[in-house]
Design a protein around this ligand. Structure first.
Ligand code: TRP
Length: 443
């Protein structure tokens, strides 16, 4: 087995895991899914999913990774050898490639918008012009594929050089800067005329909009945002030392991630009702790219802040794609004995080919995002919970979780066990059954 890297320190690990979690999922995907899902009701179901299911699954993945020191396929194999369980790991490796593909298209948009900002194309832009700009930008097919390729290559370059070091340092500088910029944008957005209409949409749930699609989307978004359900956190857990406190690290990561997504909503929703005539659900996957430039146009020094924002978003996306690519790469490294370089190049070339349809069509991108970014992650999370709850067993997992907590014990152990054995598997299962029934018009 190839020598495995280790994170530099506890805070280094938290930043690396938060770097994986915080990305386009928070700033691009969360607002557009909220818009699509009718607003506050989606937010409510999302938050419930984070607390009841996603946080416990995060801890399960980290402990599985740290206990086995392996990639997702190897982790299942280590605990239950020669069984079908490693299939869950394989599904994770495949899902990693698929998410990496459409994610890179959107990351390419951030690169494109960074250049638009520094060349003055966004200066003083009206909301109508911003919508047209997005449409013409995404219809330039050659440009779309090229930007996607640039982004995949950038990720491959970092991953081919190995785990720790780089990711931690980048995340440590980036996150506070991104956070500060988000606060500035919130301040501008909530003071725009008519902001209250957007706040109502975002914060006041309309229960008549409840349906199974909203539920499955909100739960899927909880997994997506915390990088769960495909083994990213198993892989990252395998790089954590035994002295680290897993529950507190997991708690901080979930807190940062959720907070940043919620902030993004406070930026987009007041603005969409105030400065753009669009209905939220109309904007589709282009939502933040259609709305953000208009907010920057209303801030003194807007073009500079705009350029900085898209640059930071691009780097936030990079710390996430690194974690996506790391899963298939660590699989080929550990299980197939390939070199890091060879694994990285092979996976990246395949990803670029898979990304082409998403680069050429928004509709395909949304569809692909739903299949891999919601459904597949839900399936993965279900099996991870069942595996930890019944095969590895919560007692063994708890031993691993408590390692490194020192004198403090894990306060939520009881709740965690109940979530692994009952809440997570049963709720995910029921939601999937409901979704399938609704597809066949049986419900
Ligand atoms: N969580 C990241 C984001 O919100 C994306 C991501 C990285 C991811 N690794 C993942 C999503 C693994 C699902 C699974 O942008």
């Amino acid at each position: 087995m190839a020598k495995r890297g280790k994170w530099g320190s506890k805070i280094g690990f938290i930043f690396a895991a938060a770097g994986s979690a915080v990305g386009l999922g928070n700033i691009w995907r969360f607002p557009y899914k909220v818009a699509d899902g009718g607003g506050a009701l989606f937010v409510l179901i999302y938050l419930a999913s984070i607390l009841l299911i996603a946080m416990p699954v995060l801890l399960a993945e980290l402990s599985l990774g740290r206990a086995t020191g392996r990639n997702p396929v190897g982790a299942f194999e280590a605990i239950r050898p020669k069984s079908g369980w490693k299939g869950v790991g394989f599904l994770g490796v495949l899902t990693g490639v698929m998410i990496f593909s459409f994610y890179s298209v959107v990351a390419g948009w951030t690169v494109g918008y960074f250049f638009k900002a520094i060349t003055g194309k966004l200066t003083g832009i009206s909301s109508e012009a911003a919508v047209n700009l997005f449409t013409s930008f995404t219809s330039d097919q050659l440009m779309q594929v090229a930007l996607t390729g640039v982004f995949i290559a950038l990720t491959a370059w970092v991953v081919s050089r190995g785990v720790s070091g780089g990711i931690e340092t980048v995340a440590k500088i980036l996150m506070p800067a991104l956070f500060a910029l988000l606060l500035l944008l919130v301040a501008r957005s909530v003071t725009l005329p008519n902001a209250s209409q957007g706040l109502k949409f975002y914060l006041d749930p309309d229960f008549s909009k409840l349906n199974i699609k909203v539920v499955i989307d909100a739960m899927g978004q909880a997994f997506f945002s915390l990088s769960l359900g495909m083994g990213t956190m198993i892989t990252y857990g395998s790089y954590i030392g035994k002295k680290e406190n897993l529950p507190s690290s997991a708690g901080w990561v979930a807190f940062f991630d959720t907070f940043i997504a919620i902030l993004a909503g406070f930026i987009i929703f007041p603005a969409i009702f105030s400065v753009s005539g669009m209905a939220p659900a109309e904007a589709g996957a282009g939502l933040v790219f259609k709305v953000l430039p208009v907010i920057f146009a209303q801030i003194p020094g807007g073009p500079i802040f705009g350029a900085l924002f898209f640059l930071l978003l691009c780097i936030a996306a990079l710390t996430s794609t690194i974690s996506l690519l790391e899963v298939p790469v660590s699989y080929f490294l550990d299980e197939r004995g390939w070199s890091r370089k060879k694994s990285t190049i092979l996976v990246s070339v395949i990803t670029l080919l898979v990304a082409i349809p998403s680069a050429l069509s928004d509709t395909f991108l949304e569809y692909w995002g739903f299949i891999w970014g919601d459904l597949s992650l839900g399936i993965g999370a279900f099996f991870i919970a069942v595996f930890v709850g019944y095969i590895w067993k919560t007692g063994n997992a708890l031993k691993e979780i408590k390692e490194g907590t020192g004198e403090k014990t894990f306060r939520f152990a009881k709740f965690w066990i109940i979530s692994m054995k009952y809440i997570s598997p049963i709720i995910i299962f029921l939601i999937f059954v409901g979704f399938i029934l609704s597809k066949f018009d049986l419900w």
